[in-house]
Ligand binder design. Structure first.
Ligand code: DAT
Ligand code: MG
Length: 152
């Protein structure tokens, strides 16, 4: 497995519903390493770039309205296989189809209010990390229990 980084964001519904701690703990307990964390209200420009791939979809303007409607908690997580593993922790896009045990499966019912975003592949992860974070906002560090988490 390769060490990867992925971009994860708790959307405004997750923040408004008081789910920040509940979501952070799932990534911490899984064993991934937190590299960057901040709360911000995204500008329309940032949101439109972030969801640029969906620009032509009918839900695009509503999605941008929603994601800019309040604070978002933006994160970078690092670890072996973290990009696809984060997507598994997050669950299916449609919360009613997301498995119990996943974040969306446990915490959401509405596709337009599905609580959390996670990058869907290596190129998207690199693009989204550089879109949301400056390099000085990212911490290089070694957890003291690192040898217990990763293959040596
Ligand atoms: P994901 O967030 O699982 O990567 P996506 O990239 O296909 O899903 O879509 C981005 C977000 O857009 C998704 O989290 C919620 C919203 N969305 C997707 N499909 C939608 C639809 N059919 N109606 C309303 N919102 C939708
Ligand atoms: Mg997506």
């Amino acid at each position: 497995m390769t060490v990867e980084r992925t971009f994860v964001a708790i959307k405004p519904d997750g923040v408004q519903r008081g789910l920040i701690g509940e979501i952070l703990i799932r990534f911490e307990h899984k064993g991934f390493k937190l590299i960057g964390l901040k709360q911000l209200v995204p500008t329309r420009e940032l949101a439109e770039k972030h969801y640029g791939v969906h620009r032509e979809r009918p839900f695009f303007s509503g999605l941008v309205d929603f994601i800019t409607s309040g604070p978002v908690v933006a994160m970078v997580w690092e670890g072996d296989g973290v990009i696809s593993s984060a997507r598994k922790l997050i669950g299916a896009t449609k919360p009613l189809e997301a498995e119990p045990g996943t974040i969306r499966g446990d915490l959401a019912i509405n596709i337009g209010r599905n609580v959390i975003h996670g990058s869907d592949g290596p190129d998207t992860a690199a693009f989204e990390i550089s879109l949301w974070f400056n390099s000085e906002e990212l911490s290089e560090w070694t957890p003291s229990d690192q040898s217990w988490r990763v293959e040596s």
